[in-house]
Design a protein around this ligand. Structure first.
Ligand SMILES: [Zn+2]
Length: 397
């Protein structure tokens, strides 16, 4: 019996008042936490491209979609949103062009879909110009990580300024919370990364960064070459001062460790010493595993067991509909249960709830059914049978 008053949990116990409402054969769960998504793609009916495609091909599809299909227009200025005709806007020494606002209806649809899937908290990567009203009106609580992209030194100052404005726009009473997302090693100049880390520590806001996501990314950091280098040159986003050749994800983890709180997004190709580093930093650093997106790209086996054995905090995300069929975090947990059958089911549930809340810095507010926390409840019908471990029923199809 979960007793709720004024939107807060006041008691969790085995007995309730006579007028307690019986919901039948259900599980009452804490609201799910989707720690990583990009709601701008919520209008997609299916992932872009084809399963197993490479990084550069997929990013080309993203660019094409943004130019033709999303309503975002061709004026975008991020490295991921302008090839071909828009490529000139990405020249390293060109100023950042103003970006169009994401269509509010698409973001609202993604928030609605999330709520219907039992998600009550989201880690959202937002483009500059994102509409605060949409997030303010949503039933889902969001940490809005504004994306920072500046592969070229000349753009760094403008992105730092945008980051400061974003952090300052957050208000304690708002439904959304400010975070910052230096996008990835290949789109973030080293000076922008250190400024974002400093701002995170100064203003106590979380960071989220895509890291060790692709083999092409590791090759670029290691050698300065490869398909990703050629891609960045093609779209005019290559700056040889952006990072030192011979860098690896562990160097980024070391820099990120200075932030208030960090979500390492994906971490698909972290090496054992890097996994150990994430484990040692678990109080402030979490890894976001996006299971169905990982499967879509047919990456190497995800190092989930290694991360957990190292004491790392692992939470879950859908990533976006550009690489995942929908925004259901329950479907992500079921995917993990199927593909990592030896993991205790209770641990999988924790990854989709409390670990995500902890990663986002919201564990005092949500993530578990405890008195004092917000009444973020997800009520799920169960199959009409018994199981030795009741968690099994949650993950049955
Ligand atoms: Zn992402």
């Amino acid at each position: 019996v979960v007793s709720v008053q004024g939107g807060r949990i006041v008691e969790v116990g085995r007995r309730g008042p006579p007028d307690a409402r019986d919901l039948g054969n259900v599980a009452i769960l804490p609201g799910l936490v989707n720690a990583h998504t990009h709601l701008e793609f919520s209008g997609l009916a299916a992932p872009l491209g084809a399963p197993g495609m490479g990084m550069v091909d997929w990013i080309d599809r993203v660019i094409q979609y943004r130019r033709e299909g999303s309503g975002f227009g061709v004026q975008g200025s991020g490295v991921l949103r302008g090839a071909g005709g828009a490529g000139r806007e990405l020249a390293p020494h060109a100023p950042l062009a103003p970006r169009p606002s994401p269509p509010a209806a698409i973001l609202a649809a993604g928030l609605r879909e999330s709520a219907l899937a039992g998600v009550t908290t989201l880690g959202e990567i937002a483009q500059p110009g994102w509409p605060p009203d949409v997030f303010q009106a949503a039933s889902v609580r969001c940490v809005v990580f504004q994306e920072l992209i500046a592969p070229a030194a000349v753009r760094v100052a403008g992105q730092i300024e945008a980051a400061r404005r974003h952090v300052e726009a957050a208000r304690p009473a708002a439904r959304w919370i400010a975070g910052l997302s230096p996008h990835a090693p290949y789109t973030v100049h080293a000076r922008l990364l250190s400024a974002a880390v400093a701002l995170s520590a100064e203003r106590k806001v979380p960071l989220a960064m895509h890291l060790a996501e692709w083999r092409e990314e590791l090759e670029l950091l290691r050698t300065g070459g490869g398909p990703l280098r050629r891609f960045l040159e093609r779209i005019g986003a290559w700056d040889p001062t952006a990072f030192s050749v011979g860098t690896r994800p562990g160097d980024y983890l070391a820099s990120l460790a200075g932030a208030e709180r960090v979500l390492v997004v994906h971490g698909n190709y972290l090496a054992q010493d890097e996994i150990a580093l994430v484990g040692r930093q678990a109080e402030r650093m979490a890894v976001v595993y996006c299971p169905r997106t990982h499967a879509y790209f047919r990456h190497d086996q995800y190092p989930l067991e290694k991360l957990l054995a190292a004491g790392a905090r692992v939470c879950l995300g859908t990533d976006s509909r550009a690489s995942s069929p929908d925004l259901s975090l329950l479907a992500e947990m079921r995917h993990v249960a199927r593909h990592h059958p030896q993991l205790p089911k209770a641990q999988i549930l924790r990854m989709g709830t409390l670990s995500g809340a902890e990663a986002l810095g919201l564990a005092a507010e949500t993530g578990s059914l405890e008195p004092g926390k917000a009444a973020d409840l997800f009520v799920l019908s169960l199959p009409a049978r018994n199981a030795a471990d009741p968690h099994e029923l949650l993950f049955a199809e």
